[in-house]
Design a binder for this molecule. Structure first.
Ligand SMILES: [Zn+2]
Length: 285
């Protein structure tokens, strides 16, 4: 593509993409029932935007929100499971993009929970998305304070929850995954709440990178993610982990429903291939 056309496409895309901030995808707001994934892990988000609840007798952890206005949907799903939103004590995110954190400030105010985040996602949470390397330069969600910075290998403990933090940067500078071991019916399951290394349209990796080191971050994430022995996995978007292929509303709980080690590896490799293609495309332009 020649440079002038490319920059007009880019400007058009930037205008369009900031409209995307409010225009949104219908599947991001469509309500969807709560899903018992495995053990104390539940999905309580919308049709496509994943919100995860991990419960304990001493309070719960909530990972991600949906768009602004998603709080009541999340509350209804949590209550349908017999839990209370007000019992959430720790808030986490997988990536500080508006589609996953825009209701976080409101949920924090309702629950009084602490927000814990990686250093780079904390910066973006605290300035409402302004310093996001790709979508920044404007506030894209209500800012909120972060009480605690989490780092690689931290184990988040609440009641009997033991949730390990994994730095999986690239999609955002501070993107993270979380893992835990769940015991069900005498079997141990390795569970990963994965942040997939997807490359947003318009993101620059190799040439004039969106942020310094972005390509190395993605490469690290794919290398690390391929080392995980995963039984059950879920991700920030339902479509990424095939929620709607694996489970239908009304389906009875079975700890094996989301067992999918091969699908996990395939998904990581397919994201890596898309990343490599995007890198190659920048180099030949
Ligand atoms: Zn994102």
């Amino acid at each position: 593509m020649n440079r002038t056309i490319k920059s007009s496409v880019l400007i058009f895309c930037m205008a369009l993409c900031s409209n995307v901030l409010s225009a949104q995808n219908e599947s991001w707001t469509r309500s969807y029932p709560a899903v018992h994934v495995i053990g104390s892990l539940y999905s309580v988000g919308t049709y496509d935007l994943s919100v995860f609840l991990i419960t304990s007798d001493e309070g719960h952890i909530l990972i991600n929100t949906g768009l602004e206005g998603s709080t009541e949907q999340i509350r209804e799903n949590i209550e349908a499971l017999g839990f209370a939103l007000e019992d959430v004590h720790i808030l986490l995110t997988q990536q500080a993009h508006w589609d996953h954190v825009a209701a976080m400030a409101e949920i924090k105010a309702i629950t009084g929970a602490e927000m814990w985040a990686t250093k780079d996602d904390a910066r973006v949470l605290e300035d409402g998305g302004f310093s996001d390397a790709h979508f920044g330069g404007e506030e894209t969600f209500e800012p909120l304070a972060v009480e605690k910075i989490i780092v690689q290998d931290d184990v988040i403990e609440l009641g009997d929850i033991r949730l390990t933090v994994h730095d999986h940067p690239g999609h955002t500078e501070g993107s993270s995954s979380y893992s835990m071991v769940v015991e069900e019916n005498g079997r141990e399951y390795d569970v990963l709440i994965a942040n997939m290394g997807s490359v947003n349209p318009g993101k620059q990796l190799a040439v004039d990178p969106t942020y310094p080191g972005v390509a190395a971050d993605f490469a690290h994430t794919f290398t690390d993610q391929k080392t995980f022995a995963v039984d059950v996995w879920v991700a920030a978007h339902a479509i990424q982990y095939g929620l709607h292929d694996k489970w239908q509303p009304g389906q009875a709980y079975d700890p094996d429903t989301f067992v999918d080690p091969a699908g996990y590896l395939e998904a990581v490799e397919s994201h890596e291939n898309l990343f490599l293609q995007a890198m190659a495309a920048e180099r030949i332009e």
